[in-house]
Ligand binder design. Structure first.
Ligand SMILES: Cc1ncc(COP(=O)(O)O)c(C=O)c1O
Length: 404
């Protein structure tokens, strides 16, 4: 690479692709476009082609791109102080705590801040171990909780697990939405029951209220902690600030990440009385609670609350799901439509990859969730007209067989 590129001179899109291809780890599937900018629910590539963004970096851009409040918060904090570890107090962190405490279910008002979803899950598993002294964990088939060793042990998909065996002992995977099987698995040796209220990577499978309520009962009777992994469902996505509020079931711990700082890396573990006092020094993160991320997150949560974006996600999501179900009735290739709020899947009778490509060619970015699913995670600020344009693009590609 020339010095010019290293020092920040503009790179041609072809150069970006070849340098990334040469030097990146190689773990990621790539689509051959260079994203260069965005505003609201729209992103554009380096050639100026515009896309309605229902990928949002796997659900991160919850307020869309370039939200002025988030940009202003980041700029202001960058000019003041970029780093302040947890050994000191910091105003952006305090703002974030105050916003989060007001948004979360009553009683979940203490937080451990970290940098990603997998770290939030690791934090929750450690809190469960500290609180209960027990090492067994009940997780669910189809569940995804991250890729570090603890969270990977709770993740179900053998494709992610097998290359890294042996994983941690003591993790059981029970059928999702099978209340009685789950209750039977929550023995007195179990320290945590870890569940996504809507399974995201597993294909957008929505829990039933009865299933989650039964998990609550089972944990109450055995002393296990009920942990909701809301890394993907949190921050308004499913139509409440956290899905727990939509289902009316309050867990002991909630993991957040993805959209929490509008796209800036962050993770958080929320907990309350059941966890109680934690031993100082037992867990930490050098970057956790970073002022830049905390400022972005405080601004994001404030906007989600002030603009009632969770309510908006509930309303738009319901209308959009109705439209998708109508489309499914007309397109033979669709097996099922599933979703809650603005977390939506079209499960196809065939592999989804070429449909995702065809959608991209028609100006819509969507993502997979398993081999046959087209998943849509639009920003909560997407307009109804943009959702109609997504429907029109989907109608076109689903009616073509195979898509061009
Ligand atoms: C429910 C859930 N938990 C945990 C994770 C892991 O998050 P991260 O990739 O930030 O580590 C994800 C990521 O997709 C997720 O969807």
């Amino acid at each position: 690479m020339s010095d010019g590129h290293a020092s920040g001179a503009a790179m041609e899109p072809g150069t970006v692709i070849s340098v990334e291809t040469r030097h990146s780890s190689g773990f990621h599937h790539k689509r051959p476009i260079v994203l260069a900018g965005g505003e609201g629910a729209v992103v554009w590539d380096a050639q100026g082609r515009r896309y309605i963004d229902c990928d949002t970096g796997h659900g991160l851009a919850i307020l869309g791109h370039g939200h002025p409040a988030v940009t202003a918060a980041i700029k202001a904090q960058a000019e003041k102080l970029l780093t302040c570890g947890e050994s000191f107090y910091s105003e952006p962190r305090a703002r974030l705590y105050a916003e989060l405490a007001a948004a979360m279910p009553a009683g979940l008002d203490r937080f451990f801040l970290c940098n990603s979803g997998t770290e939030a899950v690791e934090g929750a598993l450690k809190l469960a171990r500290l609180t209960t002294g027990r090492s067994r964990v009940v997780a669910f088939r189809g569940g995804f909780h991250g890729r570090t060793f603890g969270s990977l042990s709770a993740t179900w998909n053998p494709r992610y697990r097998e290359p890294f065996a042996p994983l941690l002992d003591g993790f059981a995977h029970v059928p999702f939405n099978d209340a009685e099987a789950a209750a039977a698995a929550v023995t007195p040796e179990v320290g945590a029951v870890l569940v996504e209220p809507v399974q995201g990577e597993g294909g957008i499978h929505v829990a039933t209220g009865g299933f989650l309520a039964r998990l609550r009962e089972a944990c109450d009777s055995t002393g296990a902690l009920l942990v909701f992994d809301e890394v993907q469902t949190g921050v308004g996505r499913t139509g409440a600030f956290v899905a727990a509020q939509r289902f009316g079931v309050t867990p002991d711990v909630i993991c957040l990440a993805k959209g929490l700082a509008g796209g800036v890396p962050i993770g958080a573990v929320a907990f309350g009385e059941r966890v109680g006092e934690v031993p100082r020094g037992a867990h930490a993160s050098t970057f956790g609670g970073n002022p830049l991320a905390a400022a972005a997150a405080a601004a994001t949560v404030a906007i989600v609350r002030k603009d009632r974006l969770a309510e908006r996600a509930a309303e738009l999501g319901e209308r959009f799901l109705g439209m998708m179900r109508q489309l499914a009735g007309e397109a033979r290739v669709v097996r099922e439509v599933r979703g809650l709020g603005l977390m939506i899947a079209m499960d196809l009778k065939t592999r989804s990859a070429r449909y995702l490509q065809a959608l991209q060619d028609r100006g819509v970015l969507a993502l997979a969730a398993g081999p046959t699913v087209v998943r849509l995670l639009p920003p909560l600020v997407i307009t109804w007209e943009q959702l109609e344009a997504v429907r029109d693009a989907l109608a076109l590609v689903l009616m073509e067989d195979p898509p061009q």
